[in-house]
Design a protein around this ligand. Structure first.
Ligand SMILES: C[S@@+](CC[C@H](N)C(=O)[O-])C[C@H]1O[C@@H](n2cnc3c(N)ncnc32)[C@H](O)[C@@H]1O
Length: 217
């Protein structure tokens, strides 16, 4: 029997709910002013550094990719789910969307000015997270920026990653310090982190990290 990988399971799960997901979360940043502000700040950092385009990794239906483009950065999306990529292409035909895995990107070393991973790292098995952050570092040019959004654990002092009953596919809540450490181990310098408490209708605390790949290694 051939066992499916966690990525196969995630891909199939998002394929099966792509239309509904797009209706609910076409631009998942829209609903909260702190998140909009952070994505706007990320775009400003990317524009100021001017070292390449931004890849929205795990872009889903592409709304945040389009938001980045409207903020004046060259942006494209990558997602493992063909159904999500199809929806993104239909909705934003002027933008580029590619099917692919964040764990092994078909992107040359040192060519991006930014990587956005907005709630896409949550489905990566904890043991694969270091590979993910190394991949982010590989594709970014020196001086490039990384913005990660994720569900955070409730207890900052509790260091473990926690699986939870995500409605689409197995997912994990991550201690913010752990995400900061993963980025540091991959060579990133922290610019700032945010802890946002659950808003109306939200179950969990949120974590965000904005970091830079140093110009000098
Ligand atoms: C919760 S959705 C977030 C989508 C979008 N970033 C947003 O904010 O609406 C997670 C997305 O990440 C994608 N994804 C998860 N793991 C991935 C991987 N290893 N490579 C590429 N895409 C992945 C899923 O297919 C899904 O579209």
């Amino acid at each position: 029997m051939i066992e499916s990988s966690p990525l196969d399971t995630t891909r199939a799960a998002y394929d099966s709910v792509a239309n509904l997901y797009a209706e609910l979360f076409r631009d998942s940043v829209e609903g909260h002013s702190l998140d909009r502000a952070l994505v706007t700040a990320f775009a400003e950092y990317v524009r100021a550094a001017d070292v390449g385009p931004v890849a929205d990794l795990g872009c889903g239906p592409g709304g945040v990719t389009a938001r980045l483009a409207s903020l004046g950065v060259t942006a494209f999306g990558v997602d493992a789910s063909p159904a999500m990529i199809e929806l993104a292409r239909q909705e934003y035909p002027h933008l580029r969307f590619d099917e692919g895995s964040m764990l092994a990107l078909d992107i040359a070393d040192g060519t991006l000015g930014g990587v956005l991973a907005w709630y896409s790292i949550i489905h990566t098995p904890p043991q694969d997270l270091p590979v993910l952050f190394e991949e982010f570092a590989r594709v970014l040019a020196p001086g490039g920026h990384l913005l990660v959004g994720f569900f955070a654990t409730d207890d900052d002092a509790q260091p473990s990653v926690e699986p939870f009953d995500h409605k689409v596919s197995l997912a994990y809540r991550l201690p913010i310090d752990h995400v900061v450490d993963l980025a540091a181990e991959a060579g990133f310098t922290e610019i700032g982190r945010m802890r946002r408490e659950p808003g109306e209708g939200e179950r969990f605390r949120h974590g965000r990290l904005l970091a830079r790949k140093p110009v000098e290694p």
